[in-house]
Design a protein around this ligand. Structure first.
Ligand SMILES: Cc1ncc(COP(=O)(O)O)c(C=O)c1O
Length: 390
């Protein structure tokens, strides 16, 4: 009888995508998996159609179409003042998911340690296992989701190869401050560690908070792999276009891994990405303002239905505490919520190494149309009715 490899048996299937499947089964409102249910910008879609019509339909250069790589380098340099050379530093991948995997496979040797903040985006655990890394977890604690600097310092040692940072953060909505990034940067410099910085929610940021890429902190551009993509900024999660910006010394390794994993990202969608990256600043301002409005709407809904909410300052999720509902288990509560109430959310345990740490938590996303959020509000009334009866 065949079984999966030792690596493949060390992690479970994605709980987030499982919740989406359960939601389809029960016809619920899907506030679990983070994808928008509203249209992508027309100009971006038109650019994709035009590229297909113009027969940009064969493999692009494996590390990415020149137009997109140059747009990525130009945007990062203009926005953050860190020079990026497209030919030496940018690699386009199939989503930031593949970008993260390629980066990890490119720099990790068996036995290397990788520091991961928890709660974490669930892919980072399997990414570490598949790349042969030994993950070491440092907890971000509510309500501010900050870390204890001594705990972080204690996680670094001779074997530490990389630290994964995600700001703005999924699932907490935390935006790392300059001071926190400087603490991380000082430890990276001291222990000669690479920062892998997932900045996919760069433009989804609220209440005057500002996104600071760790590559802009002193001495970090040469030891940071920045990960980003089109998915969230342009509402095209199904396109699968992402990228790495890496120090030139690491780019060759990332490109080799990427080439043999996927050859390349979809060629016409890379051309559309190049067009998307020329959108004016107003686009990003409007995007953030619209998401802030949606955040406020979902906060209001969840609080009215007795969820304790941790207000997010970036990304498009709200972490909640659900201990008051009297369920022992977050997974049981999430299943109940999708099956009997008709709203899908993600159990908190899927964001922690030790599931007990997430037992009282549930994550909801607000990348949804107003009517979707209103429908969730209506359905959650059933929860209040049941809650009153319990
Ligand atoms: C923090 C984070 N990184 C990466 C991804 C995946 O992005 P992509 O669609 O570019 O693979 C997500 C998606 O939810 C995410 O939340």
């Amino acid at each position: 009888m065949f079984t999966g490899s030792r690596k493949a048996t060390q992690f479970t299937e994605s709980v987030i995508r499982e919740m989406t499947r359960l939601n389809e089964l029960y016809g619920g409102v899907n506030l679990s998996q983070g994808f928008p249910d509203f249209p992508a910008p027309a100009v971006v879609k038109e650019a994709a159609c035009a590229a297909i019509a113009a027969d940009v339909n064969q493999y692009a250069v494996t590390w990415g179409a020149r137009s997109l790589r140059e747009a990525i380098a130009r945007e990062f340099t203009l926005r953050y003042g860190v020079p990026v050379v497209a030919d030496q530093q940018v690699t386009v991948c199939c989503g930031s998911t593949e970008a993260m995997m390629s980066a990890m496979l490119a720099i990790i040797d068996p036995g290397d340690e990788v520091i991961i903040f928890e709660p974490f985006y669930e892919n980072y655990g399997p990414d570490a296992i598949l790349s042969g890394a030994t993950p070491s977890y440092v907890t971000l604690r509510e309500p501010d989701w900050t870390f204890d600097p001594d705990e972080l310092a204690a996680a670094f040692n001779q074997k530490t190869k990389a630290i994964i940072i995600n700001t703005p953060n999924n699932p907490t909505g935390k935006v790392f401050t300059r001071q926190e990034l400087e603490t991380i940067a000082a430890l990276c410099r001291k222990w000669d560690v690479v920062a892998i910085s997932d900045e996919i929610y760069e433009h989804i940021i609220f209440d005057g908070h500002r996104h600071i890429p760790i590559a802009t902190i002193d001495g970090m551009a040469d030891r940071t792999i920045t990960i980003n993509g089109l998915s969230k900024t342009y509402s095209v999660t199904g396109w699968r276009v992402g990228w790495t910006i890496s120090p030139p010394a690491l780019t060759g390794a990332i490109r080799k891994v990427h080439d043999f994993l996927t050859v390349g990202a979809p060629a016409p969608l890379q051309e559309a990405g190049a067009a998307a990256l020329t959108l004016p600043d107003q686009y990003y301002g409007d995007l953030a303002a619209q998401y802030q409005r949606r955040r406020d709407a979902l906060l209001d809904i969840l609080e009215r239905h007795h969820f304790v909410c941790y207000k997010p300052y970036g990304a498009y999720y709200i972490m909640t505490d659900v201990s008051a509902f009297g369920f022992d288990d977050d997974v049981e509560f999430a299943r109940y919520l999708v099956k009997d109430v008709g709203v899908a959310a993600v159990p908190g345990s899927s964001f922690y190494k030790d599931s007990a740490s997430g037992r009282t938590k549930l994550r909801f996303c607000f990348c949804k149309r107003d009517e979707t959020l209103r429908e969730a509000d209506k359905r959650l009334e059933r929860l209040s009715a049941v809650g009153a009866a319990r």
